[in-house]
Design a protein around this ligand. Structure first.
Ligand SMILES: Cc1cc2nc3c(=O)[nH]c(=O)nc-3n(C[C@H](O)[C@H](O)[C@H](O)COP(=O)(O)OP(=O)(O)OC[C@H]3O[C@@H](n4cnc5c(N)ncnc54)[C@H](O)[C@@H]3O)c2cc1C
Length: 1058
C-alpha cells in the first residue's frame, strides 16, 4: 500500500487498521469517555443534517476558502452575520430565495474582504453531489437503530434550492420523520420546531436522543428534556469560530447540562452506541465484499490456513476485502474464531521488484523479535499456486486508532501520555540492533515510492539525498503547472542536505493514525504500514511524525493541530516532542530540524500533486483526489517556510565574528591601460573547502571559493584582461557610429556571460514561473544567447515606482488577452534580437491592490507594438538595446502566454526583482573597482605641481575613501547574495533593499572621485568613467528609486527590530 493512498481516502484510513475498531468499540462502551446519564429507554434518534449526517457548511467553507485563497473563517462569519435576521437564517426560514440569499450573502462577504467573493461557487460546492453525501458510518448506524425498532428523524435547518426543492441529499426511506425549517418557517433553536418533530414521532422528549453540531441547538433540546449526552473533557467550539462573535453564537455551556455535540461522525456514533447500549457498526469497518477481479480461491486458502493454524474442523471462511490497498490487495479473514489479515501482490504481470510484500513481512518479523510492537505475522507464502500470487498472513490486532491528532474527548494527561507513547515506540524502532535482528542489508533496497512501488537499490547512508531525488522525480512526473514554492524547494533541498548521523530502521510513514493503541492504557500495541520502511536517517521519521503540528484542523486530507491550544490540550509541541525524542535516544538536539520539516512537507506536496494529476487523467479512484491535489501549493508553501527558517539559522551561524585574516594578491599588470592594476581580497577562512563554500560561511574572497568556482573565477578574470578590456575602444566607437542600432559583431564574438539586464531577470522569471511550453519557447533561446528580451512595466502617465499605479489594460477576449497601454524606459526593446516583451498590466482593476496585475509574455512580432522613440540617459542612448517609449495598441496574445495566472503579476514582479537587483549591485561594484583601478593608475603617472598626483593628501584620502566604501558595499551585497542562496529572495528582502539603496550611490561617489582625478578627460568618452557614472546614476531609478528601497528598509527595521 502506497503512502499516497492515504490521500485517496475520504476517511484517511489504512487498509486493515480500521478493522481493529470493531473490537474496540465494544470494549469502549461505558468507558471513561462518555457517561450515560439517563436511565430511560430511548425510542427515537433525531439527527441534524449538515454537520451530522453530511459535512457541515463550516467544514465545506474551510475547504473552499483554502482552495480559493479566501481568509479562513470568512464564510462562517458571513453566515452568522445578522443572527436571526441575517440572510442565512432568513434563507433557512424560506423568507428569501436562493438567488436573494446569494445576492445578500455575496455582498456581505465582499464588504468584509473589500473585494468580490465568488459565493456562487461555495454554494455549488456545498450542494454538490461530491460533498453533500451521507457519511457511510451514519448510514450504517441508522440501519442498526431501525433494526432495533427505534424510530429515526431528521430535524434540520434547511433551505430551498433554486429548483424549489429542499436540499435533502438523503435517502428519505431511512427516516420516519423529516422536519425542515424551510418548510415550517421556523428554525432551531426555536422550541416549536423540536416540539413539531416530537409530535410527528409521537414521543415525549425524554424518549429521544438528539444529535447536532451546534451548541445552541443542543442547549434548547436539553432544555425541552430531550436526552443528550454529557460530554466530559474540554468544550468544543468549531475550530474556525474563535472570536467574540463566535461566543455569541456558541454560548459557553453551563456545567452539568447534557448534550451530544457532533464534531466527528465516527466519534458521535461511538457515543451514541454507548448511550443506546448496542453496537451501531456491523462487520469489519472499511471492508466490502471481495471485488470480482480480486477474488481468491477460498477452498485452497482454507486448506492452507487449516495447515498453518493446525485446525482440524473449521466453520465457513469469511472473506472481505478492505476498501483501500490498491497496490497490494488486503483481505480480512475469519476462520474458526481466528481474525486474520492477508496481504498479497496484485494479480497480473509485475515489474520484478515491485509490490515487495516480502519486505513488509521480513521487517515485521524481525522487529517483533526486537520487541517493537507490530502485528504478529504468521507466514509468508511465496507459492503462487495457493491463491495465484505470493502473500502473507498476520493476526488481526484489536486496539484503538486515533485519527484525530487533537485526541478529542480525552483528558489532557491522557493525551500527553498518548504522544509520549508514540515517541517511545519511535525510539524503540530507531534503537533496533540491525545486526542482532538480521536487518543489516535491509537498507540496500529502498522503496522508491514512485509509481508501481518499484524497488531501487540505495545505500542506507544516502537516505535523504536519494529521497529528495526520488520525490523531485515523482513531482516532475506529475507536474501540472508551475508552483513557485516547489521550484524553490527543488533548488534548495539538494543544497542543504544534512549529514546523516545514524543509520537505523526508518518507518517511512510514522504518524499517530498508523498506531494501534491499547483501549485503556496509553500503550502502542502495533505499528502498522511498513511498506515504505528502509534503513536510513531516523530524523526523517521524527519530523514526519510532527506534520500534524503544523497543519490546521480544517486541512481537508490530513487533520492538523496547529490552531489548537496544545498546552490546554496537554499535547506536547513539536519542539518538545523532538526534545523528548533526543532525550530518550541520548542525542544532542539536532540544529537542522527545519530541514527535515521542509523535506517532510515537500514529500507530502509531491504526493498530493501525484493524486491531483491522476485525478485529472481519470486514473485516481478517489473522488477526493482532485480536491487534495489542489492543496499541493498550500503544503509546498509550508515546506518553503521551513526552508526559510533553516536558511536564517544557517545565516545567523555564519562566522561573521571570526577575526579577518587578510591576504593581498597582485596580478600581472594588464595590457590595457583601463585595466585594474591590482586586486585585494579578504578572507575569513584560511582555506577553501567544499563543505564550507556549499553549506556554511559567507565567502568573501576568491580564495575561499570551492576549487571549481575558483577556477571559473580565474578564467573569467583572464578573459576580461585578455579579451574584454582591450576591446573597449572599438566598442565605444561602434556606439558612436551610425551602425550603433545593430549589435556589434565584436560583442557577439565575445559574448560569454549572457548576464545583461533585463534578460537575467526575465530568465529567472521563466525558470520560476513559466510553464514547460513557455520555457521551451522563450527560456531556451534566452539561455543560449540567441534572443534578447525586455520588461515593460513603467508608464509615463503614472508614478511607476508604485507598481500598483500602472494602468495598461489586459482584457480577455475569446482565447486571447488584448493589451492596451503606454510604456516607457523599456530597456532592450530596440534591440533587433529582442523577441520577447514581458508585459505587466492590469487584468482586474477591482481586485485587491496587489491582485490586479498580471504578467503576459508578448512576442515582439505581435501586431500593435509601436516603438515611439529611444530615450536617452544624459544623452546616452545605450544602443543597440536602448530604452524605448512604446505603445501597445490592441495587441492580441494567446491566453497560454499568461504567466502563473491572472492576478499574480505583483508577486512575479517581486520574485523577479530580487535577482535583478543583486545583479545591478554586482555590476556597480565592478564599475567602482574599475574606476578606482583607473584612478590609481592615472594618479601615479600624472604629474602636477612637480610631483605625481598620488602624493597629494586629498588624492590619497579619496583613494582610501573609495576603497572603504567599495568594501562596505561589497560585504553587504555578498551577505544579501548568501542569504538569497540560503533562505530565498523573500527572506532576503531587507538585504536586497539595503544593497539597492547603497550600491548606486556608492558607485556614483567612487566614479565621481575617479573622474575628478582624471581631469576633463574623465568626462570624455575616451575613458569609460563617464559611461559608468551615467549608469550608476540611472540605477538610482531603474528597478525602483532609492526612496522606495529606503522606505522598505525603514518599514522592516521598525517592524522587526524595535
Ligand atoms: C536607465 C533606466 C532603465 C529602465 N528600464 C526599465 C525597464 O526595462 N522596464 C521598466 O518597466 N522600467 C524601466 N525603468 C523605469 C524605472 O523602473 C522607473 O523610472 C522607476 O521605477 C521610477 O518610476 P518613475 O520614473 O515613474 O518615477 P515616479 O514614480 O514618478 O517617482 C518620482 C520620484 O518620486 C520619489 N518617490 C517615489 N516614491 C517615493 C517614496 N515612497 N518615498 C519618497 N519618495 C518617493 C522618488 O524621488 C522618485 O524618483 C528604467 C529607468 C531607467 C532610468
Amino acid at each position: 500500500m502506497c503512502v499516497r493512498s492515504c490521500f485517496q481516502s475520504p476517511r484517511l484510513q489504512w487498509v486493515w487498521r480500521t478493522a481493529f475498531l470493531k473490537h474496540t468499540q465494544r470494549r469502549h462502551q461505558g468507558s471513561h469517555r462518555w457517561t450515560h446519564l439517563g436511565g430511560s429507554t430511548y425510542r427515537a434518534v433525531i439527527f441534524d443534517m449538515g454537520g451530522v449526517l453530511i459535512p457541515s457548511p463550516g467544514r465545506v467553507a474551510a475547504e473552499w476558502e483554502v482552495q480559493n485563497r479566501i481568509p479562513s473563517g470568512t464564510i462562517l462569519k458571513a453566515l452568522m452575520e445578522g443572527g436571526e435576521n441575517g440572510p442565512w437564517m432568513r434563507f433557512m426560514r424560506a423568507e428569501i430565495t436562493a438567488e436573494g440569499f446569494l445576492r445578500e450573502f455575496g455582498r456581505l462577504c465582499s464588504e468584509m474582504l473589500k473585494t468580490s467573493v465568488p459565493v456562487d461557487s461555495f454554494f455549488s460546492l456545498l450542494t454538490s453531489e461530491r460533498v453533500a453525501k451521507q457519511f457511510p458510518v451514519m448510514t450504517e448506524a441508522i440501519t442498526q437503530i431501525r433494526a432495533k425498532g427505534l424510530q429515526t428523524a431528521v430535524l434540520s435547518n434547511n433551505f430551498y434550492l433554486p429548483n424549489q426543492k429542499s436540499f435533502l441529499p438523503l435517502d428519505r426511506k431511512q427516516f420516519d420523520v423529516i422536519v425542515e425549517s424551510c418548510m415550517e418557517g421556523i428554525c432551531k433553536p426555536d422550541p416549536r420546531i423540536y416540539k413539531l418533530c416530537l409530535e410527528q414521532l409521537g414521543l415525549q422528549p425524554s424518549e429521544s436522543i438528539f444529535l447536532d453540531d451546534l451548541g445552541t441547538n443542543l442547549k434548547e433540546a436539553a432544555r425541552l428534556g430531550i436526552h443528550t449526552i454529557k460530554r466530559q473533557g474540554f468544550a468544543v467550539l468549531p475550530k474556525l469560530v474563535s472570536n467574540s462573535w463566535a461566543q455569541a453564537i456558541y454560548p459557553p455551556y453551563p456545567p452539568k447540562v447534557v448534550r451530544l455535540q457532533v464534531n466527528d461522525p465516527e466519534t458521535a456514533v461511538k457515543e451514541l452506541e454507548a448511550l443506546l447500549g448496542f453496537t451501531l457498526r456491523v462487520g469489519v469497518p472499511n471492508t466490502r465484499p471481495v471485488k470480482k477481479t480480486m477474488e481468491i480461491p477460498k477452498d485452497s486458502l482454507q486448506k492452507y490456513l487449516k495447515d498453518l493454524l493446525g485446525i482440524q474442523t473449521t466453520g465457513p471462511l469469511e472473506l472481505l476485502q478492505f476498501d483501500h490497498g490498491q497496490s497490494n490487495p488486503t483481505y480480512y479473514i475469519r476462520l474458526a474464531n481466528r481474525d486474520l489479515v492477508l496481504r498479497k501482490k496484485p494479480p497480473g504481470t509485475l515489474l520484478p521488484s515491485a509490490h515487495a510484500i516480502e519486505r513488509e513481512f521480513r521487517i515485521m518479523k524481525a522487529l517483533a523479535n526486537a520487541g517493537v510492537p507490530v502485528p504478529n505475522v504468521l507466514d509468508l507464502c511465496e507459492d503462487s499456486s495457493v491463491i495465484g500470487t505470493p502473500f502473507y498472513v498476520m493476526e488481526y490486532c484489536p486496539g484503538l486508532i486515533y485519527k484525530d491528532p487533537s485526541l478529542p474527548g480525552l483528558e489532557p494527561s491522557h493525551r500527553r501520555a498518548i504522544y509520549t507513547a508514540m515517541n517511545t515506540v519511535l525510539c524503540k524502532i530507531h534503537s533496533v540492533d540491525l545486526q542482532a535482528v538480521g536487518l543489516e542489508d535491509y537498507g540496500k533496497q529502498e522503496v522508491a515510492e514512485i509509481a508501481h512501488q518499484v524497488l531501487i537499490l540505495f545505500p542506507a547512508g544516502d537516505y535523504i539525498p536519494r529521497q529528495v531525488r526520488t520525490w523531485v522525480k515523482q513531482y516532475r512526473a506529475s507536474e501540472t503547472s508551475t508552483i513557485p514554492a516547489m521550484e524553490r524547494l527543488i533548488e534548495w533541498l539538494p543544497l542543504h542536505l544534512p549529514r546523516q548521523q545514524r543509520t537505523t530502521v526508518v518507518h517511512g510513514d510514522f504518524r499517530l493514525d498508523n498506531l494501534v493503541f491499547h483501549p485503556e492504557e496509553p500503550e502502542v500495541l502495533a505499528v502498522l504500514d511498513w511498506e515504505l520502511s528502509t534503513l536510513g536517517d531516523p530524523l526523517a521519521d521524527v519530523a514526519y511524525s510532527c506534520l500534524a503540528h503544523y497543519l490546521p484542523s480544517s486541512f481537508p486530507v490530513l487533520r492538523g493541530i496547529n490552531d489548537c491550544d496544545l498546552t490546554q490540550l496537554g499535547i506536547p509541541a513539536a519542539e518538545e516532542y523532538f526534545r523528548m525524542y533526543c532525550l530518550q535516544m541520548g542525542l544532542p538536539p539536532t540544529e537542522n530540524w527545519n530541514f527535515y520539516m521542509a523535506f517532510s512537507f515537500f514529500r507530502v506536496a509531491a504526493i498530493l500533486q501525484g493524486v491531483y494529476k491522476r485525478s485529472l487523467t481519470g486514473q485516481a479512484s478517489s473522488t477526493y483526489a482532485e480536491q487534495t491535489g489542489k492543496l499541493t501549493e498550500f503544503v509546498s508553501n509550508l515546506a518553503w517556510d521551513f526552508a526559510v527558517k533553516e536558511g536564517f539559522r544557517v545565516f545567523k551561524e555564519m562566522p561573521f565574528t571570526n577575526p579577518l585574516t587578510r591576504s593581498y594578491h597582485t596580478w600581472a599588470r594588464p595590457q590595457s591601460q583601463w585595466c585594474p592594476t591590482g586586486s585585494r581580497s579578504y578572507s575569513s577562512v584560511p582555506e577553501a573547502s567544499p563543505a564550507h563554500t556549499s553549506r556554511g560561511g559567507l565567502v568573501i574572497s576568491p580564495e575561499s571559493l570551492s576549487p571549481p568556482v575558483r577556477e571559473l573565477y580565474h578564467r573569467l578574470k583572464h578573459f576580461m584582461e585578455q579579451r574584454v578590456y582591450p576591446a573597449e575602444p572599438e566598442l565605444q566607437s561602434h556606439q558612436a557610429s551610425a551602425a550603433r542600432w545593430s549589435p556589434s559583431p565584436l560583442i557577439e564574438d565575445l559574448k560569454v556571460c549572457n548576464c545583461s539586464a533585463p534578460d537575467t531577470g526575465n530568465m529567472e522569471l521563466l525558470v520560476r514561473y513559466g510553464t514547460e511550453a513557455q520555457k521551451a519557447r522563450w527560456l531556451i533561446p534566452l539561455l543560449e544567447g540567441k534572443a534578447r528580451s525586455c520588461f515593460a512595466m513603467t508608464e509615463p502617465q503614472v508614478a511607476s515606482s508604485d507598481a500598483t499605479n500602472i494602468e495598461a489594460s489586459i482584457r480577455e477576449e475569446d482565447s486571447f488577452y488584448v493589451i492596451n497601454g503606454h510604456k516607457w524606459w523599456i530597456t532592450g526593446i530596440l534591440d533587433p534580437r529582442c523577441q520577447l516583451c514581458v508585459f505587466m498590466g492590469k487584468t482586474d482593476p477591482h481586485a485587491p491592490r496587489h491582485r490586479q496585475q498580471s504578467v503576459l509574455l508578448v512576442p515582439m512580432d505581435t501586431p500593435g507594438i509601436k516603438i515611439i522613440r529611444p530615450l536617452t540617459v544624459y544623452g546616452l542612448e545605450d544602443a543597440p538595446g536602448g530604452h524605448g517609449e512604446v505603445r501597445f495598441e490592441h495587441v492580441r496574445v494567446p491566453k497560454e502566454n499568461m504567466v502563473l495566472g491572472p492576478g499574480r503579476g505583483f508577486e512575479i514582479a517581486q520574485g523577479r526583482l530580487g535577482p535583478g537587483r543583486i545583479h545591478h549591485c554586482m555590476r556597480l561594484i565592478g564599475f567602482s573597482e574599475r574606476a578606482l583601478a583607473l584612478m590609481k593608475a592615472r594618479v601615479k603617472s600624472r604629474l602636477a605641481f612637480g610631483k605625481p598626483l598620488v602624493e597629494q593628501g586629498t588624492v590619497l584620502a579619496d583613494i582610501a575613501q573609495s576603497r572603504v566604501e567599495i568594501e562596505q558595499a561589497r560585504l553587504l551585497v555578498l551577505r544579501a547574495a548568501h542569504l538569497m542562496d540560503l533562505a530565498g529572495n523573500k527572506a532576503a528582502a531587507l538585504d536586497i533593499a539595503m544593497i539597492k539603496m547603497v550600491a548606486p550611490s556608492m558607485a556614483s561617489r567612487v566614479i565621481d572621485r575617479a573622474i575628478q582625478a582624471f581631469g576633463a578627460a574623465g568626462l570624455s568618452s575616451d575613458y569609460p568613467l563617464a559611461q559608468f557614472f551615467t549608469w550608476a546614476r540611472a540605477l538610482r531609478f531603474a528597478d525602483g528609486p532609492d526612496e522606495v528601497h529606503r522606505a522598505t528598509v525603514a518599514k522592516l527595521e521598525l517592524k522587526h527590530r524595535i
